[in-house]
Design a protein around this ligand. Structure first.
Ligand code: G1P
Length: 311
């Protein structure tokens, strides 16, 4: 592992770490016996959206960090022999395609367990034996990023490959929400959707936040992060924070923030999860015309209930 400041030889980003060991307490009881990453948005589990986005961006090796009770996730991406056989015999070819070709054949999946919940930095570090001295992307699967306006991750990878500087996805959040995110400390203005960064602060109080530019679920990181995480000390909340390693790299090597160009749904939150379902449902030619009248009626009834009664 590269422990020095020397630039890594390989700049091509083809590996991604997908931390998926979280308990999903916000969705209990649904997540009592099912990984939160397997909750469905229309007809696909949340985690599938992240893998499809990453594959489209050029990722070919996926390192999924799992934990106890997450076997359903591994089964989902496996070849389902019995199901495939049954669908084949019944001539259900579209359904067969949807379960056998979730990712193209050149995608390779690795699973490794995070034994203890020591924080996001530790979860990412658990992938170090597979990333080795290579740069890597990190995708937090709770965040579903739409791609109607291009693939943001692909642009981040292109920026890393061109500059050798690590890149985070950033989105402006209201001042009173800085305590929910890692926050960028800008080293200069945003130009053409890219901003140089000199540091990061994990979940600062609004009064101490260096900006309103929040780090949201996508990263392209140099291998140096793994060396720093190997010696990671507990930070905010007693957890080994990815943000702390990033702050060190920002100081020594520089860092870039890429302004999100698309809509993001935080599916780790009940509201964001429902919005994602509605958004993708309304993009589905079968569901949209059938769902829309119901949505309109529901909204009208709701507005009537909320309207103040006339005296
Ligand atoms: C993590 C990171 C935080 C980042 C956020 C994005 O926090 O620690 O820096 O802004 O993901 O979703 P978590 O949401 O896991 O508490």
């Amino acid at each position: 592992m590269n422990m020095t400041n020397t630039p890594p030889k390989n700049r091509k980003v083809t590996k991604a770490i997908i931390p998926a060991a979280g308990l999903g307490t916000r969705f209990l009881p649904a997540t009592k016996a099912m990984p939160k990453e397997m909750l469905t948005v229309v007809n696909k589990p949340i985690i599938q959206y992240a893998l499809e986005e990453a594959y489209e961006a050029g990722i070919r090796e996926f390192i999924i960090i799992t934990g106890r009770g997450k076997a359903a996730m591994e089964n989902h991406f496996d070849y389902p022999y019995e199901l495939a056989d049954t669908l084949q015999k019944k001539g259900k070819m579209a359904e067969l395609e949807s379960v056998t070709n979730i990712l193209p054949k050149d995608a390779r999946l690795y699973y490794t367990r995070q034994g203890e919940p020591l924080g996001l930095g530790h979860a990412v570090w658990c992938g170090h034996t597979i990333t080795g001295d290579d740069p890597f992307a990190v995708l937090l699967p709770d965040d579903i990023i739409c791609r109607s306006n291009g693939n943001d991750l692909r642009q981040m990878i292109a920026l890393y490959e061109a500059t050798g500087q690590s890149v985070v996805m950033a989105e402006e959040v209201p001042q009173d929400r800085t305590g929910n995110y890692g926050i960028c400390d800008p080293a200069g203005p945003m130009v053409n959707g890219t901003m140089p960064i000199k540091g990061f602060v994990e979940k600062p109080n609004p009064a101490e936040a260096p900006s309103r530019s929040a780090v949201v679920g996508r990263y392209v990181l140099s291998p140096r992060h793994m060396a720093l995480l190997a010696n990671g000390k507990p930070g905010k909340g007693g957890e080994i924070q990815l943000t702390d390693a990033m702050a060190t790299v920002a100081q020594t090597d520089g860092f870039q923030a890429h302004q999100l160009q698309n809509v993001r749904f935080d599916c780790g939150d009940k509201v964001g999860f429902q919005m994602a379902n509605l958004y993708f449902a309304m993009n589905d030619p079968y569901i949209a015309p059938r769902l829309l009248p119901f949505l309109q009626q529901t909204a009208t009834k709701h507005e009537r209930r909320q309207a103040p009664r006339e005296a």
